[in-house]
Design a protein around this ligand. Structure first.
Ligand SMILES: C[S@@+](CC[C@H](N)C(=O)[O-])C[C@H]1O[C@@H](n2cnc3c(N)ncnc32)[C@H](O)[C@@H]1O
Length: 326
């Protein structure tokens, strides 16, 4: 960058080309997102202020971000946050950046949990129940279904919680639900705890550090949710540098065939579901059928569902526990 005046339009053009030369996959978008963040504006602001010069402090901050981006630090890690399910989650190098595909798992879980409560789900559109009016003192919340809700909060678990994106979104969109989460990484747990606090959900979730279901032994849940590491070990070398080099390896590797965590969850989780409860897992490409088969191999599982993502790829496996106590 030379010392000519750097306007928004000029620096965006320069950065786009620089990122392209460095092999960044979405050069223009990344340039805009980072600059909008520095300026504390929406991206649309940039388009109607191309001639506005940047202040020296803004330019310095943007330069630092450009340097990080060409080192392949993901945009979300540079910004320190990622939007997921309409909520803002803190992310760091210790947490997987929540992906849009994972919203399928959250939506599936919320719809099924609502149905378990006997509530009607809207047409796929989730309402932010945390915004619901507080009930008057001594009155149940939410009308006819409320007494049941107040009496019996649904208890869910999120295994491999990372930033907490799955569990905290479910809690946010489903009132009167409580959760326990587990992650092997204490650093990820700390981030998830911060997110719970910033989303006003800290009193509804208990965080554990440990190995899969081990910290939860003795508890039962209406639903056990997980987006476990599922990349086959050999495929990790083929991932984009942003993922391969900058996201935690413990969040990625699912062992030789990618199915290690599903094997353990399919064996251990059903016994920790209430009768009629379900487990729901995000899966990688071509993993849905094998994961459903692993679930069905457990005699406590009555039936499974496979749900596609927006691209038509099978992305979520839901497995229902029998309704009878066994
Ligand atoms: C694919 S990431 C998912 C993170 C988050 N749930 C999401 O969807 O964005 C998998 C997470 O599982 C955690 N993990 C890996 N091995 C684990 C284990 N044995 N027990 C518990 N958590 C584990 C990782 O630290 C990571 O946070």
């Amino acid at each position: 960058m030379n010392d000519k005046i750097w306007t928004i339009g000029r620096i965006l053009k320069w950065t786009e080309q620089y990122f392209r030369d460095k092999g960044i996959e979405s050069p223009r978008l990344d340039a805009e997102v980072l600059l909008a963040h520095v300026l504390e504006k929406q991206r649309i602001y940039l388009y109607v202020h191309f001639d506005e010069p940047l202040q020296p402090a803004e330019l310095a901050a943007y330069r630092e971000m450009i340097k990080q981006r060409v080192l392949r630090v993901p945009v979300a890690q540079i910004l320190g946050e990622k939007e997921f399910m309409g909520l803002t989650f803190k992310v760091t190098a210790d947490t997987l950046v929540p992906r849009p595909d994972t919203e399928i798992l959250v939506q599936a879980a919320v719809e099924r949990l609502k149905a378990m409560k006997g509530e009607k789900t809207a047409t796929g559109v989730l309402a932010d129940e945390s915004a619901a009016e507080e009930p008057a003192e001594g009155q149940p919340a939410g009308g006819a279904d409320a007494e049941q809700e107040v009496a019996e909060p649904l208890h869910i678990a999120d295994i491999g919680t990372g930033s907490g994106a799955i569990c905290l979104s479910v809690l946010r969109y489903l009132a009167d639900t409580v959760a326990d989460t587990v992650d092997i990484s204490p650093a990820a747990r700390a981030v998830a705890e911060e997110n719970a606090a910033s989303l006003g959900l800290a009193d509804r979730v208990t965080f554990h550090t440990g190995d899969l279901l081990q910290p939860l032994v003795g508890m039962t849940f209406a639903a056990i949710l997980s987006n476990p590491p599922y990349i086959p070990e050999a495929d990790i070398a083929t991932l984009a540098p942003e993922v391969r080099l900058k996201e935690p390896h413990t969040a990625l590797s699912g062992g030789q065939d990618g199915l290690d965590f599903y094997r353990r969850l399919a064996k251990e989780a059903p016994a920790m579901l209430v009768p009629g409860g379900f487990m729901a897992f995000e899966v990688g490409i071509h993993q849905a059928e094998p994961v459903a088969a692993l679930a069905k191999a457990n005699p406590l599982i009555a039936r499974t569902e496979i749900l596609p993502d927006y691209a038509g790829i099978d992305r979520v496996v839901v497995a229902w526990r029998t309704k009878e106590c066994q």
